[in-house]
Design a protein around this ligand. Structure first.
Ligand code: ZN
Length: 114
């Protein structure tokens, strides 16, 4: 069953997140008992938090697994190592590859195709 918001037709009291079947039952106002109508109350957009609850551990990109507690902390640490998250900003960025790895990969491709 979905949640609805209701407003009293008599006293305008609001009841938010009323859990009820789609076929609207008659719900009386908790304040005055008058019938209520379904309304849509625009919920404030969830604040995008720059946090990873409990942290996230990454094994790639660092010498040993490291745990970060926010994307910005993670991106900062990557940037310090000259790395970027793929698709983060520039188009066609090689995610975890350092320049050295990229050179080796290029070498390998050249060797295999000749
Ligand atoms: Zn009421």
């Amino acid at each position: 069953m979905p949640y609805y918001d209701r407003r009293c037709t008599a006293c305008s009291a609001l009841r938010v997140d009323s859990w009820e079947p789609t076929e609207a039952p008659t719900v009386g106002c908790l304040e005055c008992g008058a019938p209520t109508e379904r309304v849509w109350i625009g919920k404030p957009a969830a604040v995008k938090s720059d946090e990873w609850a409990g942290g996230k551990t990454f094994e790639n990109g660092f010498d040993k697994p490291r745990t970060f507690y926010s994307p910005s902390e993670y991106h900062k640490a990557l940037a310090e190592r000259g790395l970027k998250v793929r698709g983060d900003g520039e188009e066609g960025t090689w995610g975890w590859m350092s320049r050295d790895t990229l050179e080796k990969a290029k070498e390998l491709v050249t060797r295999c195709s000749s």
